[in-house]
Write a protein that binds this ligand. Structure first.
Ligand code: NG1
Ligand code: ZN
Length: 538
């Protein structure tokens, strides 16, 4: 009998399979409305994470969260050794282990062991974290039971943001000098930020606070902890901190981005900076109110452009632009004006990938310094190993009395403030604050870099979203036949038109995106494309 079987017999009784419907591991792992059928899924994910740990001889992470989704949802996601999303081949194992019956479970575990040549004598090590949902604690317990079934050891980090858990896993496995502890995480961001500020002409500390909408979730809690490390170098004023409101309810990054308005109940003041994070703090958008009382959103595209344009300047001043290739990665949802600005005005190359941060992250690794962002605010900057080494080496001999030397030191500090492992709202905020301070830029200055084309993002319910198939990074429909030609025809009828449709990877809907030279044209285009989808896909 395989060594895990006696333990499996004991724990399986507490986590019997409850859901007959087939579930699959998507962009967000397993995510659904919470009911007690999620317990067995997370228990089995715990088993799988333990196997993955033995397979990679490394610490593996499990994060319990449903991100920006309502408080009634929950989900679970596996984090690979260097903080990446679970490898595609193992997503298949995930589907197999979750969808088999209780009776088949031992056999499926053994088949994964055999297929991956896993050495079962190693002790699995799994890091577990969760968001603040009421259902998260029992799911975390289910995960622990799964890991222990396989004889694994768990480090339970309790309430953490998704990027914090990714950081811990990366930090441990890569033997980073930045420790795999909460303190290590906060010190990495705050120490490098303080170092950065000392190099700036305009300011030694940023006196005006940035208001952070914590979506009534984990981001609020952790922004508060980060504040204690930042001291008076940067003031984070946290609102929607969970003491009164409901998670992601009329607040948070997803609400602000999709409704294009500030959170309900937040009294915004002209001239101040505001940022909203989502329920697991891996996404962030900024916004402000202009003197004429108008709300202005600075979404993931605006964050990406600010970071990219600033990096371009630093590379030029540090005379490192020949050695380090800079590039931006976006998806088709990026506003066309942002792409035009960065390619035409700044001459930085842009790649477009499919939706889902793992695709963006992967493409960003093609550059020495790759900035990637989804329009909804999920993104970061990644540096290749050789770029990190080159910058660290240059910083160690930089002359801080020259402009060139200061630029090298700033680049080095920025590469440490940013969470290179995964998109991270808290570290993104600190990077944005660093850049705004150094450039002495107001929100208006930042917003003026380029003007968004009016756009519409909407959804259509169809019977079977898989009838829509796409190519060209989701920008061209290949099925149903004729749909793309019909979209092209509508696009040609408006100025600066662009539109595409794709099946969502996380919900049973089709998303329609349209942009054009005027708001009326964007609306007209969206309405037309929605009708086409309804006609041709039902
Ligand atoms: P889907 O449902 O596949 O469009 C959504 C977001 C993605 C990403 C994932 C993961 C849009 C248009 N799509 O994907 O950007 O964040 O959820 O949560 O915002
Ligand atoms: Zn999220």
């Amino acid at each position: 009998m395989p060594s895990f079987e006696p333990m499996l017999e004991v724990t399986l009784k507490n986590y019997p399979k409850k859901n007959a419907a087939h579930v699959s591991y998507g962009t967000a792992g397993f995510r659904m409305k919470w009911d007690d059928s999620l317990d067995y899924i997370v228990y089995r994910v715990g088993i799988l994470a333990a196997l993955r740990s033995q397979d990679k001889t490394a610490v593996i992470g499990v994060m319990i969260t449903a991100s920006h989704n309502p408080i009634s949802d929950n989900g679970v996601k596996i984090v690979d050794p260097y903080g990446e999303m679970l490898e595609a081949h193992w997503e298949k194992f995930a589907n197999k282990i979750i969808n088999c019956s209780d009776e088949e479970l031992a056999g499926v575990i053994q088949s994964i062991i055999n297929e991956s040549n896993i050495n079962s004598s190693q002790t699995p090590q799994v890091y577990v974290g969760m968001d603040t949902r009421p259902s998260s604690k029992r799911l975390s317990a289910a995960c622990l039971a799964g890991v222990e079934t396989m004889g694994g050891k768990v480090a339970d980090f309790g309430f953490v943001t998704t990027p914090q858990l990714h950081y811990m896993v990366w930090s441990y496995n890569s033997k980073s000098t930045h420790q795999p502890t909460m303190e290590g995480y906060y010190r990495k961001i705050s120490d490098s930020f303080k170092r950065f500020l000392k190099l700036c002409k305009h300011t030694q500390s940023i006196s005006a606070p940035v208001t952070i909408d914590g979506a009534n979730g984990i981001g609020a809690l952790k922004a508060g902890e980060l504040q204690t490390y930042l001291g008076d170098s940067l003031s984070l004023k946290v609102v929607f901190d969970g003491t009164a409101g409901v998670l992601n309810d009329q607040c948070g990054a997803d609400y602000v981005k999709s409704k294009q308005t500030s959170p309900v109940g937040l009294d915004t003041l002209a001239g101040e900076r505001y940022a909203s994070v989502d329920g697991d703090a891996d996404r962030v958008v900024y916004y402000y109110k202009s003197k004429d009382d108008v709300f202005h959103l600075l979404d993931g595209d605006k964050l990406a452009i600010l970071m990219t344009s600033y990096l371009k300047r630093l590379l030029n001043t540090s005379k490192m632009s020949d050695a380090l290739a800079l590039g931006l990665v976006q998806t088709a949802y990026a506003n066309g004006a942002s792409t035009d600005y960065i390619t035409q005005q700044l001459d930085v190359p842009v790649a477009c990938t499919k939706t889902g941060v793992k695709h963006l992250h992967h493409a960003a690794l093609d550059y020495d310094i790759g900035v990637y962002f989804e329009a909804n605010g999920h993104g970061t900057i990644v540096f290749s190993k050789s770029a990190n080494n080159l910058i660290a080496e240059a910083a160690s001999r930089a002359d801080a009395s020259t402009e060139e030397g200061v630029a090298v030191l700033k680049l080095h500090a920025l590469s440490e403030i940013i969470n290179q492992v995964v998109g991270d709202a808290l570290s993104d905020i600190v990077v944005i604050e660093a850049i705004l301070a150094d450039e002495n830029m107001s929100m208006e200055d930042w917003d003026k870099q380029y003007t968004d084309l009016p756009n519409v993002l909407t959804t259509v319910k169809v019977e079977d979203r898989s009838v829509i198939q796409t190519t060209n990074a989701e920008r061209t429909v290949t099925n149903p036949e004729g749909l793309q030609a019909a979209i092209d025809n509508l696009v040609a009828q408006v100025s600066r038109g662009r539109s595409f449709v794709r099946p969502s990877g996380t919900e049973n809907i089709v998303r329609v995106y349209a942009e054009a030279g005027t708001k009326d044209e964007a609306n007209k285009l969206a309405t037309g494309v929605v009708s086409l989808v309804k006609e041709m896909c039902n």
